[in-house]
Design a protein around this ligand. Structure first.
Ligand SMILES: Nc1ncnc2c1ncn2[C@@H]1O[C@H](COP(=O)(O)OP(=O)(O)OP(=O)(O)O)[C@@H](O)[C@H]1O
Ligand SMILES: [Mg+2]
Length: 393
């Protein structure tokens, strides 16, 4: 992996709250637990010797129970809270060495934060909330509003710009929160449980929205959640925290298949099992089939009888040939195409044991249901796009 694409690097970050920090550190070294340290010294060890790296353009998720130190980590990343010890590098520079001016520039233009409680100004409308980051930089009203309108449209709020944020639903408020964070075109978004206050449907919508924005803008995102499904859905890499420590950093797949200890395993066990579902769990029997030897007329009848606009074409022993659409079948009937030329043969197929997660990119691109075949190319069933999508939620 190219070292240069690590936009953030955190080395041995520790953050303590309380005055007897030296004493607390000694105790930690001796192996005392966070709780024992707190009892004996009054010092809370919020983050304990944490290291991780974030690649440019990835979504890096921090997950853990309440009090495990997630928010403290993210607040150290923009120096909202200075680390007790350890180093944080942004694009190779130790941010502790920033001058006051550099730090201001870093916070204004390089990183932006999105909060669970939205952090909006309730007496202002959507437009001026979104434009705020440019306003404090002294950008002219015309310019900042133009820019804000662009971002408002990207987050799906066109038409709402004149509304007071008080009139918006939670999901819409968080769209404003994201717009506000994006206005300065930061490299990194720090998102502290941005969707936790939303109801599940809206939450899913916002997760999708974030992934689309991410695809468009290619931002680096550090995302906090305590929801493992959200972590696995969004994260390229996921770090799991317990008592101020990171106990495993891995891709969702690695974490599922290779949890580093029983705590991680318990966490991942509660996750949605898209990855372990295979095609055979969600396939259905094709109700509309046409044998290639029976020609276009029969295929058309099959489509009319079943109310479909395409049909799976099979040969002897149910060997999968391809898909014939209504349009093409009519062209055959009118003598414009031969049956063989009319059948689409370059269509995606899959096998019974393929994990459903592998089908997502195929289903997204394909205009047709996906044919399930065995090793001899015999048709076993089909998987609809809807079934693939449903298995995701
Ligand atoms: N300003 C502070 N002063 C004292 N202790 C603090 C402070 N901020 C956080 N802590 C303590 O540090 C620990 C980690 O807190 P933190 O807020 O980082 O956890 P979290 O993982 O974000 O939890 P949650 O899921 O509830 O948001 C907790 O024990 C918390 O009480
Ligand atoms: Mg928190």
């Amino acid at each position: 992996m190219n070292e240069n694409n690590k936009i953030l690097k955190v080395e041995n970050l520790t953050k303590m709250f309380g005055s007897k920090k030296l004493l607390a550190r000694e105790m930690l070294k001796k192996g005392l637990s966070k709780n024992e340290v707190l009892k004996k010294t009054g010092v809370t060890v919020a983050v304990d010797n944490v290291s991780f790296e974030v690649r440019q353009g990835e979504i890096f998720v921090l997950i853990g129970l309440s009090g495990s130190g997630k928010s403290t980590v993210i607040r150290c990343l923009n120096m909202l809270q200075p680390p007790t010890s350890g180093k944080i590098y942004f694009e190779g520079d130790n941010i502790k060495n920033y001058s006051a001016k550099q730090l201001r520039e870093f916070r204004r233009n390089k990183v932006s934060m999105v909060f669970q409680n939205f952090g909006l100004m309730s007496h202002r409308d959507v437009l001026s909330n979104a434009a705020y980051g440019l306003e404090i930089k002294g950008v002219s009203k015309k310019e900042r509003e133009e820019k804000a309108m662009e971002i408002i449209s990207m987050v799906g709020l066109s038409g709402w710009e004149g509304q007071s944020v008080l009139n918006l639903s939670g999901g819409m408020r968080q769209r404003v929160g994201i717009a506000r964070a994006l206005i300065n075109n930061p490299d990194v978004l720090l998102m502290d449980e941005p969707f936790s206050a939303l109801d599940p449907l809206v939450r899913r919508e916002m997760q999708f929205e974030l992934l689309s924005i991410q695809e468009k803008l290619n931002k680096t995102i550090v995302f906090i959640t305590h929801d493992i499904d959200e972590a696995f859905k969004l994260g390229n890499n996921v770090a799991i925290m317990q008592d101020g420590k990171i106990i495993q950093t891995a891709t969702p797949e690695e974490m599922m298949s290779n949890p580093s200890n029983s705590y991680v395993k318990e966490f991942t066990n509660s996750a949605d099992k898209t990855h372990v579902y295979s095609v055979k769990n969600i396939m259905i029997t094709p109700s509309c089939l046409a044998h290639s030897r029976n020609g276009a007329k029969n295929a058309l009848k099959q489509m009319y009888d079943n109310g479909f606009s395409s049909v799976f074409v099979v040969g002897d022993k149910l060997r999968f040939v391809g898909i014939l659409t209504l349009e093409r079948a009519l062209a055959v009937r009118n003598g414009e195409l031969s049956f063989n030329d009319a059948v689409y043969t370059d269509v995606p197929t899959t096998q019974l044991e393929t994990p459903v997660s592998d089908l997502i990119p195929i289903a997204a691109k394909s205009a047709f249901p996906i044919a399930v075949v065995d090793n001899d190319n015999r048709l076993k069933g089909l998987v609809t796009k809807a079934a693939v999508l449903a298995s995701l939620s």
